[in-house]
Design a binder for this molecule. Structure first.
Ligand code: GDP
Length: 300
């Protein structure tokens, strides 16, 4: 939790500033609402969600007769948590079923943090006593397989890679085969995020999925999104949700942005639960996403 707070310090600046200035007021006047609205928009919560949150907040403070900044902070926190739908199931399906490893596909545009996320997730699982195979199906970017192999040796996972420019689907197939042969708990497959066009992406990811499913069902398809790309990144993300059945979002690089509110926009626009957040480049810089804790850290 302490780490969450320090890593979200940039976003805190945006939210915290607005809240701090409230402390010096004795009335909740029009400026207060404008300031809250500005901080939410600056933090990339998105215009529609911001309006809704502020409207609900105004209504609640009116009904409750809220006067102090502390009370207002609590109400704002509650509205932000509410906007994140705290009832969603955010658990990651990584446990093997019927003797076969759980299979997770990791998708997203290049540079979003897929390879890094595969490494970090493997690290968490291995620390928890599980065994992991990493499949380097990002055969498009030459260095991607090397990078994944580095992560594998760092965290103690087995890596499966193909020859240069190999068919991603065949590498993915081999990785799951290897996972079954070794009897591991989880297979994580890193894919390429070439967004040349929707058809190309659909063909490639569709094929990876179909081929993997010859071994059994895919348990989880994680979409990795770079938080620093803000609202633009959301448009690209939508394309992925249209071509594969995404079951969870990993929002990376929250440490490098003041736009932590993007998590609300992601939830709202994609309708898919954010399950994990990336808070840095290191092996331990991954956290499960928990709305109450996150909002608390965000508000400083
Ligand atoms: P990929 O192309 O989607 O596989 O992306 P990579 O995993 O290679 O990551 C791209 C860059 O982002 C690398 O330099 C990573 O170290 C960095 N990165 C990934 N996740 C995070 C994060 O949560 N925070 C920060 N600050 N950097 C990250």
């Amino acid at each position: 939790l302490i780490r969450l707070r320090t890593r979200l310090s940039r976003s805190q600046n945006v939210f915290g500033k607005g809240l701090l200035s409230l402390l010096s007021r004795d009335r909740l006047d029009e400026d207060v609402w404008e300031e809250i609205e500005d901080s939410l928009i600056t933090a990339d919560v998105g215009i529609d969600a911001t309006r809704e949150i502020v409207d609900r907040l105004r209504e609640r403070t009116r009904v409750l007769g809220t006067r102090t900044a502390t009370e207002l902070r609590a109400l704002l926190a509650a509205e932000l948590v509410n906007a994140l739908d705290p009832t969603l199931d955010r658990s990651l399906r990584t446990a093997p079923r019927e003797g076969a490893p759980a299979v997770l596909l990791v998708v997203g545009v290049n540079g979003a943090g897929k390879t890094t996320t595969c490494g970090k997730v493997a690290r968490v699982l291995i620390a928890d006593g599980r065994s992991v195979v990493l499949g380097a199906a990002d055969t498009f970017r030459a260095a991607a397989a090397d990078q994944l192999a580095t992560w594998a040796s760092r965290v103690g996972a087995e890596v499966v890679r193909g020859p240069e420019a190999a068919d991603p689907a065949s590498v993915a197939f081999d990785a799951v085969r290897r996972g079954i042969d070794l009897g591991v708990d989880t297979v994580l497959i890193d894919t390429a995020g070439r967004l040349q066009n929707k058809i190309g992406l659909m063909d490639e990811l569709g094929k990876v999925k179909r081929v993997v499913e010859k071994h059994g069902p895919v348990d989880e398809t994680l979409l990795v999104l770079d938080a620093t790309t803000g609202q633009n990144g959301l448009e690209q993300a939508r394309v992925f949700t249209e071509v594969v059945d995404v079951t969870g979002v990993v929002l990376t690089k929250l440490d490098g942005t003041a736009k932590g509110g993007i998590v609300i926009a992601v939830q709202r626009k994609l309708g898919i639960p954010v399950k994990l957040v990336g808070l840095g480049e290191g092996p331990d810089d991954l956290a499960p996403f928990e709305p109450t804790q996150f909002v608390d850290a965000l508000l400083g």
